[in-house]
Design a protein around this ligand. Structure first.
Ligand SMILES: [Zn+2]
Length: 305
């Protein structure tokens, strides 16, 4: 019973909840708790899928047989077979589900992680060869590319880089440039690359029909909105909005985190003009996140009780 509940919960949390949450655009006004809620839902989906097999173990101890009513010999044989083998079928299904989830997670994590890190390392080497270190006295790790298109992005990792083009330096006044740098540093400091990698791995781990591209897009937007908040704290909303507009035409390369990302500029500019969510709503979002993570643990405990 609890094994089936956990398997059902995994399907709901992996397939239904992300689709519903991606439509709750008000969550964008509190990107940090929203990202915590997204992580909670995804973690809970994985836990529920992995716990289904251990929960089914409890089912093996159930030796109670009921009366069987048979209208014909064939029906009776089938029912008897089911009564005798049902526990192994439930356990086998749950174990297969857990192994499938674990296998897909590990494989997807390995593939995506390896590809991203290789792409980032290649791009960092290229930037170090082609770009000039910043001479504006701001900080180490800033590289200036000789290119006319205004673009800014960061390459996360141990030897992180913030890359700006000459076009960006020419187009952005000081306060807007500071907003851009604050945005990129927020990505690097918060290791937003790991967050996006985590969700990308999960996205590719779930079967195609359950997968929700809207959920991954929403998480990416929330990460950008979170970095925009750092830019607003540094330079204010107007310079941040202006910088977003200036950089909207530029594109960040793969495996980096840019200021202007994937057609999200309009949505992010709207967010800059909106007030943050009220504190009670934020508290509710954290409570929701906590409850979602506790649910599979509670079901496993009930199964073993
Ligand atoms: Zn960004």
């Amino acid at each position: 019973m609890y094994a089936l509940l956990l398997a059902g919960l995994a399907v709901v949390l992996a397939g239904v909840a992300p689709r519903v949450m991606a439509r709750l655009v008000a969550f964008r006004r509190a990107p940090r708790p929203a990202l915590v809620a997204w992580q909670a839902v995804s973690l809970s989906a994985v836990l529920a899928a992995l716990f289904a097999a251990p929960a089914a173990l409890g089912y093996l101890d159930n030796t109670t047989y009921g009366w069987i009513a048979c209208s014909s010999q064939d029906d009776c044989a089938t029912t008897l077979w089911w009564m005798e083998n049902r526990r192994w079928i439930v356990l086998g299904t749950a174990a297969a589900l857990a192994l499938l989830v674990l296998g897909r997670l590990l494989l997807s994590g390995h593939r995506i992680g390896t590809r991203l890190r290789a792409a980032r390392a290649r791009h960092r080497e290229l930037v170090d060869v082609l770009a000039e270190p910043d001479d504006g006295g701001r900080a180490d790790g800033i590289r200036i590319l000789d290119h006319a298109t205004p673009t800014a992005y960061c390459l996360p990792g141990r030897r992180s880089r913030v890359v700006l083009t000459q076009g960006a330096l020419a187009a952005l006044p000081t306060d807007e440039l500071e907003a851009v740098l604050a945005h990129e540093r927020a990505h690097l400091r918060g290791r937003h690359d790991l967050l996006i990698e985590y969700f990308t791995v999960l996205h590719h781990s779930v079967p195609g029909p359950v997968r929700s591209p809207a959920a991954l897009r929403e998480v990416r937007l929330l990460v950008e909105a979170l970095a925009d908040r750092a830019a607003v704290r540094s330079s204010g909303p107007v310079p941040t909005a202006r910088a977003l507009l200036t950089l909207a035409q530029g594109q960040a390369p793969e495996a980096s985190l840019g200021v202007a990302g994937e057609g999200t500029t309009a949505a992010r500019m709207r967010l800059l003009a909106q007030p943050a969510l009220a504190a009670p709503v934020v508290v509710l979002m954290y409570l929701y996140a906590g409850a979602v993570v506790v649910l599979p643990l509670l079901l496993l405990w009930l199964a073993w009780r």
